[in-house]
Structures are given as C-alpha cells and as structure tokens.
Design a binder for this molecule. Structure first.
Ligand SMILES: Nc1ncnc2c1ncn2[C@@H]1O[C@H](COP(=O)(O)OP(=O)(O)OP(=O)(O)O)[C@@H](O)[C@H]1O
Ligand SMILES: [Mg+2]
Length: 286
C-alpha cells in the first residue's frame, strides 16, 4: 500500500476523502439550472467542447481538440483511431484523471466542472471503473489484493469482495494466480487483472483503454465475453480499442482522429456499420 502515487491506486480511490468533496458555493448556485438535466433522460456521460493540450518538453501536443460526446445509459461505445489520435487523453478527461483546458463534462446529468480531485475520486469509486492502457496495478500488492482493493475502499464487506474477486478472476482465466504479484504475470495476465479490478465494484460506467491490447485471441474472447455480460446487465461501456473484433461487439463506434471525433456510427448487430464521417480510420470489415 506504499505505492499510493500510482494512477492505479489513485483510480482505486485511495487518495479520496468523501468529507472534503462538498460542493462549492458557485456549484450550489449553478445546481438549480443544472438539475434540470438530471433525470431519466440524462446521458450517463456527456462532454461539450473538451480541449486538452499536453505541454511537456517538446512541442505542445493538441491531444483533444473539441469533443462533444453523449453516451446514453446502457450503451456500448467503442472508440477507435490511430496511435497518437488522443484516445487515452480523452478517456482520462472523461474519468477525471486529467483536467481539460476548456470544455465541460456531465456525469448522469451532473456537471463535473468544479469537482475537486477528491470529489472525482469518490465518484470514480461509486460509479466509474477504469481500465488503463498500461494496467497500473499496484506492484506490491498481490493479484487478489489488487482486485479487491477498490471494493474494500468502497466499503464492501471483505467476504463479498473476495467472492466477487474469485468470480471475476475465474471468468478471466486467472484462477490460481491470486497470490502472484503483478511483476510475476505476463502482460496479458496483468491486463486481465486490471479489468477485474475495474469491474469489481460493478460500476455503472466502465471506461476501458485497450483492455485486450496484450491478449491473444483466447484472452480477447474472454474479455469480450465479460464485457458483453456486463453490457447485458445494463452497464455503460466506453472502450478504446484497436481490435476490430472488440469494436464490432459495440453498439456504436466512434473514430477518433487528430483529437476529434471523425466518425460516429451506430452498429446494428450482424450488419456492417453505417458510416457518417471521413473514411480510412475504421476498419471493421476484413
Ligand atoms: N503526458 C503527456 N505529455 C506530453 N504529451 C502527451 C502526454 N500524453 C500524451 N501526449 C501526446 O498527446 C497525443 C495523444 O496521446 P494519447 O496517448 O491520447 O494518444 P492515443 O490515441 O491513446 O494513442 P495510442 O493508440 O498510441 O495509445 C500524442 O501526440 C502524445 O504524444
Ligand atoms: Mg492510448
């Protein structure tokens, strides 16, 4: 538990303190106007005009250049696009792990613009599961502890956390690895542990960044099966993937290109996507 600066542990919510997450005065003043959006009709997730530029040592990277997005409850959305297009940045913004330079995000109709880090952490613990592209497991915790941690932090009784963990690891073909440390696992195994960790609290919203990026076809099938099961239970999924098989399991495919949504297509089961934007990004038919 000493590695509390890792994004994995942050995602698990360890840095949060619910008591420090009260709304500010301006937030309260805005609450009336914004509450009109809360209700059965609200999208689970909405963004408007999201912009994020990374400013590091090199030239600024305009990773997200104005994204308007609305995800309905129960939707399974795949986000696909070339390397460097800004997919991970977008997912990090939507999960509150990075702050946009401008633009707004609503979760279940509630505007998150003024949420503190702590408030975001609390909300993630309650309603958002995140699978990182590079796993971010806590290296000095066993597989079992990594998966159970978010549940325990959320106050789930240890017995139930253990039962959930056992079931998820079994579904992902990881039974027997409970006592292993992340460093003793293959990349694909770590990836599946990261998925189990994101799902253990049964979050209404799952944000997953390449959850099958290191997996062979058997592992990819296991991930697909698990995601489909969660989707059938009504969970909303936003999945970044290069994998056409995974993308084709979604209801809707968004092609992300150069920081923008280039194409947004609803998929009907069994039929090729109806394309609405520029071509050349989405390759579902092979
Ligand atoms: N922390 C950072 N500091 C500086 N630049 C960054 C940072 N993170 C990402 N970038 C840059 O922002 C752009 C978008 O990166 P991002 O990781 O969002 O792309 P991606 O679509 O997820 O790519 P991939 O498919 O390779 O994972 C890239 O040009 C990248 O180099
Ligand atoms: Mg990425």
């Amino acid at each position: 538990m000493s590695d509390d600066s890792t994004p994995g542990l942050r995602a698990a919510g360890a840095e949060a303190d619910a008591r420090s997450a009260g709304p500010g005065a301006r937030e309260s003043a805005e609450a009336g106007a914004k509450s009109a959006e809360v209700g059965a009709e609200s999208p689970v997730l909405r963004s408007e005009g999201l912009v994020k530029t990374h400013r590091g040592e090199g030239a600024p990277a305009h990773a997200v250049r104005g994204v308007d997005l609305s995800v309905r409850k129960g939707e399974f959305v795949a986000v696909t696009g070339p390397s460097g297009a800004g997919k991970s940045t977008l997912l990090h913004l939507l999960g509150g792990l990075q702050r946009p330079d401008s633009g707004s995000i609503w979760l279940d109709g509630e505007c998150a613009d003024r949420w503190s880090e702590a408030r975001w952490a609390v909300e993630r613990r309650k309603r958002i599961g995140i699978v990182f592209q590079f796993f971010n497991l806590v290296s000095d915790l066993s597989v079992a502890d990594n998966v159970e941690l978010p549940a325990l932090l959320a106050g789930v009784p240890p017995k139930r956390a253990r039962a959930e963990r056992t079931e998820l690891l079994a579904e992902l073909g990881l039974t027997g690895k409970e006592r292993s440390m992340p460093g003793e696992l293959s990349g694909g195994e770590q990836q599946r542990v990261a998925l189990a960790r994101a799902l253990v609290n049964r979050p209404p919203l799952l944000l997953a960044d390449e959850p099958a990026g290191s997996l062979d076809s058997k592992g990819t099938r296991e991930v697909m099966r698990l995601l489909s099961r969660f989707h059938q239970r009504g969970q909303t999924i936003v999945l970044v993937t290069h994998d056409a098989r995974l993308a084709s399991a979604a209801d809707r495919v968004i092609s992300f290109f150069d920081g923008r949504i280039a194409d947004d297509a609803e998929l009907d089961a069994g039929t090729p996507p109806r394309r609405t934007g520029i071509s050349g990004v989405l390759e579902l038919r092979d």
